[in-house]
Design a protein around this ligand. Sequence first.
Ligand code: FAD
Length: 310
Amino acid sequence: MKDTQVEKLVIIGSGPAGLTAAIYTARGNLNPLVVAGREAGGQLMLTTDVDDFPGFPEGIGGPELMMRMRQQAERFDTRFVAEDVLSVDFRQKPFTIKTETQEIKADSVIIATGASAMWLGLSSEQRLRGKGVSACAVCDALFFKGKNVIVVGGGDAAMREAQHLSKHCKSVTLVHRRDSLRAQPALQDLVKSKPNVKFIWDSIVEEVLGEEKVTGVKLKNVKTSEMTTLDIEGVFVAIGHKPNTGFLKGQLELDEKGYIIVRDETQTSVQGVFFAGDVADKRYKQAVTAAGMGTKAALDVEEYLENLKG
Ligand SMILES: Cc1cc2nc3c(=O)[nH]c(=O)nc-3n(C[C@H](O)[C@H](O)[C@H](O)COP(=O)(O)OP(=O)(O)OC[C@H]3O[C@@H](n4cnc5c(N)ncnc54)[C@H](O)[C@@H]3O)c2cc1C
């Protein structure tokens, strides 16, 4: 690529949001360049079973779904760069996007860099991810039908996870490191009203037990240091997500957690810079909602570039 070339559109991120935006804008003749990131394909590359993406009645593996989305984008001549963006300059147009080896200029940008689930940081937790350890009840609850599970956390997200799991699981035990919850009172009341939800207070998970799959957890009471073992088959970690927006600091308005502040539909605080997917979604965080936002961002970019031409 020549230094002087200005891309019409650069899409940062290649999860469902970025690839859907690529399919739409490529079909709209914007010839998008996707900076796919080192973890090309995004979060669904980490899961074997996606049962809720429309169009796949038998379910589909996450990597296969992402490969198909990418092939669909390539069919309309989307180009890909397999690198992370390290920094951007949105103060002047055309915008500048710096990757590990390139400096790219663009008239418009869609940010679709997702948000990563925060984990407890235990090696046993990482070893058993996808084998009983999850960070998404809506995605995985059905795999735990009739089973005993725990949810770790005490905020709104943990309440939503527990509430959703209580519909499918035999029992849901909420493990929280403090003696009270910080979730909204209405959500707390809803969860506390479920007969199959129990609470273990002042406790942290010391270890997730199991070889091939989760069989239990070792808990530590932070006040008494007492250790107990709980036999369960699922661990849902709900201690928050971290949006992948470190490279945007000082360039776009971000909230205190790092989520992009939404100006209007898919608009960020900088005209010509749009967003899609989990990077600005504090609540739904689903592949299909991310893809839907990718479509909206694509249509908004098309209109923006059309207006620029005057
Ligand atoms: C284990 C697991 C299982 C799940 N199962 C389901 C399910 O069954 N059904 C469902 O609907 N949802 C599921 N989800 C949630 C779903 O994966 C997300 O909601 C969805 O992937 C969000 O899409 P996205 O495009 O916004 O972001 P992501 O999929 O997170 O993609 C972000 C992209 O941005 C890239 N990126 C990040 N930083 C940079 C950077 N600096 N420069 C360049 N690129 C960058 C990444 O490499 C990645 O390509 C699951 C999530 C996980 C973790």
